[in-house]
Design a binder for this molecule. Structure first.
Ligand SMILES: Cc1ncc(COP(=O)(O)O)c(C=O)c1O
Length: 495
């Protein structure tokens, strides 16, 4: 079935962007093999001070290659493959390091399309490479966002990226989350009751379906299906930001039984209409400094994404494309090896998660001052601080019932706890950093997010030593913060 016509979602900027005339001429030059080009200022590849790049990567022979690689750091068994300037290889230095097209080199895209096909089997989509998910998302926000638009997101979101959209004049409409991620009924309620006086009804949802940053929540298959149905009902696009897709913890996904890779079905895999724009990244599964990711979209959107790239980063990272193409080639790991690596990686993160949970139970939970949700994917734990037990906690701050002010001083106390923890040698990310303030259209100010920022985001991505030391310091600091404060409050009352 062809994708639905969804071009009306494009922003004015995307529609009105002038074509890059130089690129158009360049395309014509490339048409014929016999054309002598005096057209472009491309440095000749014989001037690149580079002949060969050899990569030494883990051997995939061990049962659990990630733990073998980590345990024998520097001496673990390895395999090598090479990029050459113009000898045969999967993507030559000559090609990869020349100026290329905004979508990325054909060779790298074909390798990545194999990954897509195996894990998502999208019906009718194309791949455009990007410099990681941050780059991909900032492009998507520009593609679909008009100043004055409102986009939907989880009420606690990765604000490093939502703030990018804000600087374009896009507002956020936060949807309540629970331990299972975005609550579809809340999303439906917001869309159904939207008041046009508050601007155009949102036409884009931005979400992180696996191991959401910061809450660590993962959307079940049922929620995914329901959110997709809602997107169809209200003609929404969904930007599926899924950097933690490969870090789903197997034993926690019992729903997944019908696929060989044993991962939850992505929104992309269920996209009948072409309304999913999925962004993937190598940051969490290979290395963040690679700055390489990919956007999978309805083909109709691709020229517009490329036009933004033409006008900004030009094209994706040449070195990263070479490495990934060789990694997935017959002389490298191939798709089968990549799958073995990411399976082993998720087992490693699961062990880290389990260790975090164990230490949290020992060092933090007994005080009753904090509790955690056990994440089923990703690298984050969302810790609730039971601030209502603090002697200086207040929940009567709102002056009038109709005002939008917070009722509690949770935010202030969390800021103090953060400083106190820093003084005691441990850092976390305060929940307030991720909170999207309520939108005036929601008319539901009973519980503003500012009253519910008594959370910390913690990660188990470090070593077990870091987790042990960090949680032990956090547990101690938390007890002191509550006890010491109540002692000084008692003293003040006595004076
Ligand atoms: C939810 C989410 N989206 C996007 C990114 C950025 O990823 P990348 O390194 O691919 O730009 C991150 C990084 O932490 C993230 O957590």
């Amino acid at each position: 079935m062809p994708p639905a016509d969804l071009l009306h979602h494009l922003s004015t900027e995307a529609r009105e962007r002038k074509p890059n005339l130089i690129r158009d001429v360049w395309k014509s030059v490339k048409r014929g093999s016999d054309i002598v080009s005096l057209a472009n200022g491309d440095p000749h590849y014989t001037l690149y001070p580079l002949r060969r790049l050899q990569y030494e990567v883990p051997s995939l022979c061990p049962e659990d290659p990630v733990s073998a690689w980590r345990a024998a750091h520097g001496t673990a068994t390895s395999q090598t493959f090479t990029s050459h300037i113009d000898e045969h290889c999967a993507l030559s230095i000559r090609t990869a390091l020349q100026y290329s097209t905004g979508a990325g080199s054909t060779e790298a895209r074909e390798s990545i399309m194999e990954i897509n096909k195996y894990y998502h089997n999208p019906p009718n989509h194309v791949v455009t490479l990007a410099l990681g998910n941050a780059d991909a998302l900032s492009k998507c926000f520009r593609l679909f966002g008009e100043p004055g638009d409102n986009f939907i997101a989880d009420e606690y979101a990765f604000t490093a990226l939502t703030s990018v959209a804000e600087s374009q004049g896009i507002g956020w409409v936060p949807v309540r989350l629970d331990a299972g991620g975005m609550v579809p009924e809340e999303l439906h309620r917001i869309l159904l009751n939207w008041d046009d006086a508050c601007g155009r009804r949102p036409h884009v949802i931005y979400l992180v379906p696996c191991g959401q940053n910061p809450t660590g929540s993962t959307l079940s298959i049922e929620r995914r299906k329901r959110i997709y149905e809602i997107a169809q009902e209200f003609d929404l696009l969904i930007i599926e930001d899924d950097p933690y897709y490969f870090l789903q913890f197997g034993s926690c996904s019992p729903e997944v039984t019908d696929s060989s890779h044993n991962l939850l079905p992505s929104f992309l895999s269920m996209d009948e209409d072409g309304r999913i724009i999925r962004v993937d990244s190598f940051s969490k599964i290979i290395a963040p400094g690679m700055r390489l990711g990919w956007i999978t979209s309805n083909p109709a959107f691709q020229p517009y994404i490329i036009a933004i790239t033409d006008a900004s980063s030009q094209h994706p990272h040449g070195f990263g494309q070479m490495f990934i193409t060789e990694l997935l080639a017959p002389t490298g790991w191939q798709l089968r090896g990549f799958d073995k690596w990411v399976h082993s990686l998720r087992a490693e993160y699961q062990r880290q998660r389990d260790f975090f949970v164990k230490v949290f139970h020992e060092e933090v939970e007994p005080s009753g001052l904090a509790e955690m949700q056990v994440p089923q994917a990703g690298m984050f734990v969302w810790v609730r601080v039971n601030m209502e037990k603090h002697s200086r906690y207040r929940d009567d701050l709102r002056i009038s019932a109709r005002s939008m002010e917070p009722r509690t001083n949770a935010k202030d106390l969390m800021a103090q706890l953060f400083d106190y923890c820093l003084d005691n040698g441990v850092a976390f990310m305060p929940g307030s950093v991720f909170a999207l303030s309520s939108h005036p259209a929601l008319l539901n100010m009973d519980s503003p997010v500012e009253d519910r920022v008594n959370y910390c985001r913690m990660t188990f991505s470090g070593t077990q030593e870091t987790i042990q030391k960090g949680l032990s310091r956090f547990g101690g600091a938390l007890r002191n913060f509550f006890n010491l404060d109540s002692l000084s409050a008692d003293a003040e009352t006595r004076e």
